[in-house]
Design a binder for this molecule. Sequence first.
Ligand SMILES: O=C(O)CCC(=O)C(=O)O
Length: 249
Amino acid sequence: MFWASVWRFASALAPANAIWQNAAMASLANPAPPPETFGSGYPSEPVVAFIQSHANVQKVPNPKLTLFLKRDFLEPELCAALIDMIDAKRRPSTVSDYNGDASFRTSETCDLDKSDPIVAAVEARIIAFTGLDPAHGEPIQGQRYAVGQEFKAHTDYFDPRGQDFQKYCSIAGNRTWTAMIYLNEPGAGGATRFKAVNKIVQPEAGKLLAWNNLRPDGSGNPSTIHHGMKVREGTKYVITKWFRERPWG
Ligand SMILES: O=C(O)CCC(=O)C(=O)O
């Protein structure tokens, strides 16, 4: 059912005057659906094995977190189409568990419309890569960082002791996996720093990162802490899709 509707969206015609959209649509290749779904991604072993079965996937060699990288996950035309969507509908980013630092997250956010054929196709790519159940996925979000903007060090899972835990987690539970894709390379800055494991990832158009936010006992893994560092020149764009313990929405 899910795949049928994705293929229907992906084969819909783009508006005749949207050249970028036509180019992006032309570059879409239907990914093979995963042989089975691994639900929320907890426990993580089947997801890890499935991701590692794909070609050209790098695993960051550190026992403290499970972090994968794959270059050229999205074609330039798709990245350009997503950048246009983010530019058109961006709003100031927000934070949960506000800590009094008004400059903690200074970027802009865009909720991408999953009924758009390009967004639906990108979702399908992420599902085909991770094997996670689309029912557990939040809608894809775009982020835009201008010069000087950043998202200071944080984790993607919510702290069960935090003031906003009930608000964000009472229905779908906590976040399990994160898939994040860089859509471009800013002129300077904008790397993602995983400071607990001393790993800095440089933005490259189309490069995907995927990581497990949980430890084997299901609690949040503090070693996933990461910082979207300040952009020094140009503009940085990423998209992120988070998965939850229970179905979303
Ligand atoms: O922009 C980045 O490098 C990180 C983005 C991020 O951490 C987030 O959106 O949760």
